[in-house]
Ligand binder design. Structure first.
Ligand SMILES: [Cu+2]
Length: 155
């Protein structure tokens, strides 16, 4: 079979690029230990309402200005809907879903997670600016997705 010279050059270039990209991904994954931003904690999505600490969503103090906030994202609301956070505190958010995939995005912060049934995702943020922060679901989750929001009051 005859392959045109330009075709051969182009195929060599294409295969070469694939090998370069594959090498970058493998080096990032294994040598640099880069992983998806998730704690990879599992939970039975049918038992979220009875699984501690998600059976009582809300803020827990760890002392020293550090907090943990447990959230349940369900169609079409967040529990808790309003969270009061002391100014200057560092909060680690743990979120799970009992039904479908949701988003968990606190506006004007880097907290932006996908909430997948069966998994607990987490992110940490230090609130240095007082105000009311909007919490939104940014993954389309159903007919009333646009009504799925909450707020954080930082005082
Ligand atoms: Cu949602």
């Amino acid at each position: 079979m005859h392959v045109h010279r330009y075709e051969r050059i182009w195929m060599t270039f294409g295969i070469g690029m694939l090998l370069v990209f594959l090498t970058i991904v493998l080096v990032a994954a294994f040598a640099d230990n880069m992983n998806p931003p998730s704690d990879m904690m599992q939970i039975d999505p049918t038992k979220v309402a009875s699984t501690p600490p998600f059976e009582r969503p809300g803020l827990r103090s760890l002392g020293n200005g550090r907090y943990e906030a447990y959230y349940v994202a369900r169609i079409f609301a967040f529990s808790p809907n309003i969270l009061r956070v002391p100014l200057g505190s560092t909060v680690t958010f743990y979120v799970t879903s009992p039904d479908v995939v949701h988003g968990f995005n606190i506006a004007h912060t880097a907290v932006n997670m996908m909430v997948i049934p069966g998994w607990v995702n987490s992110a940490t943020h230090t609130f240095r600016t007082p105000g009311t922060y909007l919490l939104v679901c940014n993954e389309y989750c159903g007919i009333e997705h646009q009504t799925m929001f909450g707020s954080l009051e930082v005082r």
